[in-house]
Write a protein that binds this ligand. Sequence first.
Ligand SMILES: [Zn+2]
Length: 408
Amino acid sequence: MHINIKRLQSRISEMGKIGALKGGGVTRLSLSNEDKAARDLLKKWMIQAGLEVKIDQIGNMFGLRKGKNDLPGIMTGSHLDTVGEGGLYDGSLGVLAGLELIETLNDKGIETERSVILANFTNEEGVRFTPDMVGSCVFSGQYKLKEAYQAISMDGSKTSLESELHRIGYKGELHCGDLQVAAFIELHIEQGPVLEMEKLDIGVVENLQGISWTAFDLKGESNHAGTTPMALRKDAGLVAMKIGAYVKTLVNEIGGNQVGTVGKIEFGPNLINVVPGSAKITVDLRNTDNARLTLAEEKLLRFAEKTAAAEGVEILMERLVRFNPVIFDDGICQWIEQAAQQIGLSQKRMYSGAGHDAQMLAKVCPTAMIFVPSEKGISHNPKEFTPIDKIETGANVLLTTVLALVQK
Ligand SMILES: [Zn+2]
C-alpha cells in the first residue's frame, strides 16, 4: 500500500502558504494568527477525512480515526508552529504525512483494530513561549498545565499562553493526557546532514540528545570607555564574551557527541563608548549521555562564576530548559526498520540532535521517530528542503509502520 504523494505534496505547499514569506519559507509562531489559520486548515482537513476532532486544554489537536476495538490508539503527528523565518517541512511534514496515511486507509476502505490518532502539538518550537514542546510536555504529565498557561509571550505583547489559546479559539475541553495511546511514531526531517551525506533514505531514530538551556544575567557597572582605568572596570560584557568563548573549549573537553551554542547575547546599554553595565548570555548544551551533559553544565557554571568574580561582576544563573536524553523504544525501531526494508530502502539507526514532541511521548508509551534527509542539513531556515521522493518514501514507511501496529 502506498500513500498519494500528489495529495501530500499539495497539502504541504498549501500549508506553506500560511505565514509565507516573500523569499520563501514561513513564519508561523505558536498561537499567532498564522498558527490559528494553520490549525483551522488542519481541522477542516481532519473533518473532511472523517476524523473526530478533539482539542485539549493546552491546545493540542487530535484527529481520531476510530478502530474496531476500544484499545489504546496508535498516535502519529508533530507540530504546525514554526520558528521565525522557518521552512515548509519542520513539523508540517509529520502532521500532514499522518493525515495522508489516514486518507490512504480511507481510500482503501481499511478498518483497523486500534484507532489511529493524528496529533498537532502546541508550541513545539518554543520561540514565542517557553518552554518548547510544551503541548507534548503537558500531555505526557511532565509539566503542569497551570505553569504552561502562565508563560508570557516573548514578542513584547505581554500576553500569556492561556490568553492566546483562548483568543485563537484553541483552549479545548479535553483533559491533557486523557487519550489512551499504545504507541507514538513521529516522521520528521532530519534537520542535519547525515542522511544526505551517507546517501540514505531513512533514519531510524533510537535516541535523542538531552538539552540544557542556561541564561546568565550579569551586572557590572556602566562607565566611560575612555576615562575608566581597565583595572577599575566592572565589565559585564567582557564576562559574557568570555563565557561565550569558553563554550567551544568546554565542548572539546567533554568530547563524544557534546555540542554547545551561544545563540543570544545582549549588552546594556549596548553603546560603542560605554563599558557594558549589564549583559545577558544564553548557552545551549546537548548530549545523548546524561552524565556528560551534567558534567558540562557544572563546568560551565564554575567557569562563569570564577570569571564573573575575577571581573567584579555579579552573576545570576537561570536554567531555562533541562531535558534528559531520551532512549526510544527498540520494538518500535524494529517495526520501522522492517517497514523500510519491506519497501527496499536504505536506512540506519541514528540519534536526534534536535528536540521533538516524540521525546515527551516516550514517557507515556513506546515511541520512536523516522527521519528523512534534509538537503545540505539546513533547517530553521526558508531554504529547508527535502526532495519529494524522500518525502514519499518517508510517508510510506510511516504508513507501513502504523498499519502494522494498528492491527495488533
Ligand atoms: Zn520540528
